[in-house]
Design a protein around this ligand. Structure first.
Ligand code: AKB
Length: 362
């Protein structure tokens, strides 16, 4: 019999690393109460996992586009749940749109197929967790951005980036596979159970993002903690929503855990707090008074954040599955980011923007 498994793609990225820690902790607790239930955590990424994570999972260092590896995986494991995190982020995708399309769209399509086949085979839907993004929104100008401060899920779905287009289309593919594919093939058993959350900019104390456009927030903070100067690549006044990494992981784990009946939609906005780049600098300065943060906007990256909403309306997630972030802006900085980052840089040097691998989301 094949062993049951949860698969995490893009596992060496920021969300992946945080998710592995959370799931491994859960599994260890389950093992203590129920004994070994035989559930494995399989991780996949182009890059190796950091040593401290590699021991709690089975890591496959491969591309999600490698169909032979995926075929081998499903011959060995019964995959019950997929956290599909692998993606090329918004700035990188603008430089390599073909590669972004291959990884973000074709990669997702392959995994949706795999999940649909596994669901049929098991006679039970595979849960497919998909991190989408504020990049699916595209506000045309500053006036509209100010007027529509808190966007709902279905508003302004006109992305201006390759990454945003990829994410929006993959949300739709997920819905297609879970709802319509099943109807056409009614005799083939259940299809997959697709659930997505749209993340704002994520900030981790443990890792740095790379290739994203919301990266200026975490980069500012990590630079300040290391006493390095930082030139922010967007204007001081531009505002977007953010979230601390533990809340991003909590959102994925929580939406995975609720019964399907409580979800009134397949895709949910979620957020925590909104800050302008100037507010972000002020927060950082209140903890690191000597920080040297300047603003040197890059017009292309500026255009991307200008098109993203300043806030999200996440009331449906709050109502349907009790979504609520643990970290508001005060707590995020004072109780998570700053203390953890201070500890991290005691004696450790990590070059800004150089640490994280290609396949990740943040
Ligand atoms: C990016 O900047 O591309 C990501 C995102 C907002 O999805 N962090």
């Amino acid at each position: 019999m094949r062993a049951k498994a949860t698969l995490i793609t893009g596992a060496a990225g920021e969300v992946g690393q945080a998710l592995i820690q959370a799931l491994a902790k859960e599994r260890a607790k389950d093992r203590n109460t129920d004994g070994d239930n035989g559930r494995h955590i399989l991780t996949m990424d182009l890059n190796p996992l950091p040593a401290h994570l590699a021991t709690s999972v089975t890591h496959i260092q491969a591309s999600i586009l490698d169909t032979a590896t995926l075929d081998r995986l499903i011959s060995e494991y019964e995959i019950e749940e997929i956290y599909h995190l692998a993606a090329l982020l918004s700035t990188r995708a603008e430089f390599s749109p073909d590669a972004a399309h291959r990884v973000n769209v074709e990669g997702t399509m392959g995994l949706l197929h795999l999940a649909a086949q596994q669901s049929e085979w098991r006679g039970e839907p595979v849960r497919f967790l998909f991190p989408s993004s504020i990049a699916v929104f595209g506000l045309p100008d500053q006036h509209t951005k100010q007027q529509y401060a808190r966007v709902r899920e279905w508003e302004w779905n006109y992305p201006s980036t390759m990454y945003g287009c990829n994410k929006l289309y993959c949300e739709m593919l997920g819905i297609y596979f879970s709802r319509h594919y099943r109807q056409l093939a009614a005799d083939r058993g259940p299809s997959l159970d697709f659930r997505a959350v749209r993340f704002p900019g994520l900030i981790s104390a443990d890792t740095l993002p790379s290739g994203g456009t919301s990266d200026y927030g975490p980069e500012m903070l990590h630079a300040a903690a290391q006493g390095k100067p930082y030139a922010c690549f967007v204007r001081e006044d531009v505002r977007i929503p953010f979230m601390a990494m533990p809340d991003a992981v909590k959102a994925l784990v929580d939406i995975a855990a609720v019964p399907l009946e409580v979800l009134s939609r397949p895709v949910y906005n979620i957020t925590s707090f909104s800050l302008s780049a100037g507010d972000f600098r002020d927060r950082v300065r209140s903890f690191f008074p000597d920080c040297q943060i300047t603003f040197k906007p890059d017009s292309k990256r500026q255009r991307i954040v200008d098109s993203w909403p300043s806030d999200l309306d996440d009331s449906t997630a709050r109502r349907d599955w009790n979504w609520s972030p643990d970290y508001d802006v005060e707590r995020a900085f004072a109780e998570y980011l700053v203390p953890m980052i201070r500890r991290r840089y005691e004696g450790i040097e990590v070059p800004i923007g150089k640490e994280s691998p290609d396949q990740q989301l943040g």
